[in-house]
Design a protein around this ligand. Structure first.
Ligand SMILES: [Zn+2]
Length: 69
């Protein structure tokens, strides 16, 4: 019995995401956004634990919308 249940089109949570981090509002290069200092690690890229900041991915920067509101 051959079962052709290979559609290979499941629900991918991260399609073609670039290097977005949890603290990013949008992917880098998005119009109306800009780099900002990560408040979680104060731009150090590391947390008190000494590990990589999960919010900015260790870059110390996050992408924030700069559009006035
Ligand atoms: Zn950070």
């Amino acid at each position: 019995m051959a079962s052709e249940a290979q559609d290979g089109n499941g629900s991918d949570p991260t399609p073609n995401a670039t290097d977005m981090n949890p603290g990013d509002d949008a992917p880098p290069g998005t119009p109306g956004t800009g780099e900002d200092v990560c408040l979680q690690c104060s731009g150090k890229g590391k947390i008190q634990d000494g590990g990589e900041c999960p919010n900015c991915g260790g870059t110390g920067k996050v992408i924030k919308g700069v559009a006035g509101g």
